[in-house]
Structures are given as C-alpha cells and as structure tokens.
Design a protein around this ligand. Sequence first.
Ligand SMILES: N[C@@H](CCC(=O)N[C@@H](CS)C(=O)NCC(=O)O)C(=O)O
Length: 213
Amino acid sequence: MILFYAAGASSLAPHILLREANLFFSLEKVDLMTKRWSGGDYNEINPKSYVPALKLGDGDVLTECAVILQFIADLKSEQGLLPSPPLRSRYHALEWLNFIATEIHKNFITPERHGGVAANFLSKTAAGQQATRVLVSPRLAYIDRALGGRNYLMGASFTAPDAYLFVMLTWAQRLELDLSPWRNLSDYFERIAAMPSVCEARTIEGPPHSLKA
Ligand SMILES: N[C@@H](CCC(=O)N[C@@H](CS)C(=O)NCC(=O)O)C(=O)O
C-alpha cells in the first residue's frame, strides 16, 4: 500500500492508523501547491487533486479520509480500531467519522487558494483564520462535552475517529485556537500526542506548511 500525503494534512490520520495497525505501507509526499509527487502528476493518482489517497497492491486507489480510515481499521479488525458490524457501536464510530469529515475538516479548509491567495489548505489571512475559528469552535465545544468521563471518542480505547480528530486539533493549534478552556479536549489532545504511533508519524512527515501570508 502507498499512502499519498502532505505534511500535517488530513493524510496524517491514515498515516497514524496504518502505524497503529502495524500494517506494511510506504509513503509518497505530494506538493499540494504544484500537485506533483516524485512520480509526476498527482492528478493521475487522485483526479480530485487532494490528499489522502491510498494506492492498494492491485493498483486500485481509495480516496476520502473517513473511508480510508475505515478500510485500514477493517484490514486489522481484531485490533478493535473500529467496532465490527452488526454492533451498534460501529455506527456510532461512523457517526464520529462523518461528523469530523463534514463539520470539522470541511470547516477548516479555506477557499483562499481560489481567491488568489497562495494558501494551501488552511487560511493564511487574519480574516480567514478568524472565520475558521468561528465555524469550528462550537463543534469543538460539543466534542469537549462528549469527551466527559471518557479517554477517547468511543470510550476506553483509541479508534479510527481519534486519529482523525487528533489531526483536526493540530490544525486548531496552528490557527491559534486556544484549546485550554476545553479541559476534556486539551487532555485528550495531550494523551494522543504522546502515543508512539503519533510521534513517529509526525516526526517522519516533518513540519507542516507555514501559515504566514
Ligand atoms: N474530502 C476530502 C478532503 C481532503 C482535503 O481537504 N485535503 C486537503 C489537505 S487536508 C488537500 O489536499 N487540499 C489540496 C488543495 O486544496 O489543493 C477527504 O475527506 O479526504
């Protein structure tokens, strides 16, 4: 399997999960500004022109972060990175994945690139960053309440939605969205940041793109 990624992008979530699942994979870095990778034009891998993409051994390519996470978790279902169907908890885990994809991830993504600012996926302007904070904050407040009395989104153990939410919280930090008023959320962030799979993935990817305009 080959994971196409950009440093610190949503692709960090499947990267973390691949490590947690102890799966064999390789990484290919994509330059999101030029849409090039070492093999040429990234649009030939993912015509949707974004990361993550997971290329499988038979040449098939999977896209959409929430779906790639499900695929990885199901490859090692014995590890409990997602509850297996027909358990009701499976659908609560999918509820989290969908919530993070549509209510958090999408609200972080800036349209600035299309407005002529040389932005990547997070805003580079003060106005854009403030607009993102306004959209994302009530959703993070909701998650902070949901985390009351539990270490992870699904309860006692780390599952696929936690990998995704963790990356979103790194974006919140990059946009100087102070997590400290949300005690459950900030403790959760520290807990996941300390996991060996997370430390390894972040070290290997290196620093994400600068948000200086
Ligand atoms: N719907 C996609 C969105 C992925 C996405 O937003 N990727 C960003 C990085 S986190 C990207 O590659 N953007 C490239 C661009 O804006 O040109 C998913 O859930 O995987």
